[in-house]
Design a binder for this molecule. Structure first.
Ligand code: GAF
Length: 392
């Protein structure tokens, strides 16, 4: 845990005591993620290459069986007002759709954990804080769900493994929150190790750890949070997923992951063909990127990232003007490569930038947004951090 996280844990514990009149039973942290490459491949049974970032959700929790309802407080959902958001629900009587907004994730996890283990979840008191910007495409909501899942798993003694917990949090997202997401984000948060990207097989959840030795090579990964809020439950994500399923069916396979990357897709047409073309070309780029990363071929890795963006923009059609402008500005300022990361439709872009170019690249993006009268983007560096853990 970093000194900064340590400070946040102490502060959260103090605030928990002030809010609930008792110490928490523990504090758990779960990081957000950046996906280096392999976008929209998880629900197509492909390989993805994310890493946990050095920004995290923290939850302090205490089981409180004497209460009628779980009581939740968040310092995170609306940092602009500085006000604490509050929510309450009965963990033993939850049905999908019952809880909306920021508390839907924690409620969904309680529901999915109970459904998966047959254990009744007692009411609890929870205080949440996060440094993963909300709606930034850096897996802010998955980080919260993973922290809550780890905490409840420990506190009720469910004994689920990290891979089981990834499936529980996916169930919470899919069946309770109503977002038809894949399994990459929670797996990255649960399975990452510091200093590495994780080459994750999204069907088996087998992971291979690839050292991400950017800093030694004089490189940095910049994140541009466009502040165009993105959401995975507003139809665009589900439509992409449906197009992939349609394409697989028309090509006579159960999933696009079963096809060779050079499969003949001429039987497909229009939108379905473009979506499938992205999935196959992205799978090939993941293989190339892993080779380039292992061999420290940084320029070639940069080209993989930029080609991924072009495919997401033109074939998968999940980019937006702000993401395209971020990518073009980064490249114009000398980035080796840049792409949107995450689902798209807003959220964040990343750039692989030489250390000496960090200032110029950041200013180029901010200036480009200013010229278009868009809100100021948040630009910051990320490092590959450790996966989720108990910190108290
Ligand atoms: C979102 C989803 F939550 C992931 O499962 C994944 O599909 C990603 O978009 C796109 O690669 O983050």
């Amino acid at each position: 845990m970093s000194p900064e996280e340590n400070r946040r844990v102490q502060e959260l514990t103090r605030e928990f005591d002030a809010a609930f009149g008792a110490e928490p039973e523990g504090v758990w942290r779960a990081p957000g993620r950046v996906n280096l490459i392999g976008e929209h491949l998880d629900y197509n049974n492909g390989l993805v290459l994310p890493f946990a970032i050095d920004r995290s959700a923290l939850v302090a929790i205490r089981l409180a069986p004497g209460r009628e309802e779980a009581a939740l407080i968040s310092t995170w959902s609306d940092p602009s007002t500085g006000e604490r958001a509050r929510a309450a629900f009965r963990p033993g009587a939850l049905e999908p759709g019952d809880v909306r907004g920021w508390a839907a994730g924690p409620a969904g996890v309680a529901w999915a954990l109970a459904e998966s283990t047959g254990t009744e979840i007692p009411p609890f008191e929870l205080l949440l804080d996060s440094t993963v910007p909300v709606g930034s495409g850096l897996s802010s909501s998955h980080a919260v769900e993973v922290a809550v899942a780890l905490a409840l798993n420990d506190l009720i003694g469910a004994g689920l493994s990290r891979r089981d917990l990834a499936r529980v949090t996916q169930r919470a997202e899919n069946d309770f929150v109503g977002a038809p997401t894949g399994i990459m984000d929670q797996s990255a948060s649960l399975l990452s190790t510091a200093g590495h990207a994780i080459l994750l097989d999204c069907r088996s959840l087998e992971a291979e750890y690839i050292p991400l030795e950017l800093v030694d090579a004089g490189l940095r990964l910049l994140v541009v949070d466009t502040r165009v809020a993105h959401s995975n439950d507003d139809g665009g994500y589900a439509a992409r997923r449906a197009a992939c399923e349609r394409g697989a069916e028309q090509l006579g396979v159960g999933s696009l992951g079963e096809l060779p990357v050079d499969a003949d897709i001429s039987a497909l047409s229009g939108e379905t063909r473009r979506r499938v073309r992205h999935v196959l070309s992205e799978r090939a780029r993941v293989d190339q990127a892993v080779g380039n990363l292992r061999e420290h071929r940084w320029a070639a890795l940069g080209e993989n990232l930029t080609a991924s963006h072009v495919s997401l923009r033109d074939d998968y059609e999940v980019s937006c003007p702000e993401l395209d402008t971020a990518v073009e500005s980064l490249l114009g300022a000398g980035a080796l490569g840049a792409r949107m990361t995450g689902a798209g439709f807003g959220g964040s872009a990343i750039g692989l930038v030489r250390e000496a170019d960090v200032g110029t690249a950041s200013s180029a993006v901010v200036d480009a947004f200013g010229e278009r009268s868009w809100g100021r983007p948040r630009v910051f560096e990320v490092l590959p951090g450790p996966g989720a853990s108990r910190c108290l």
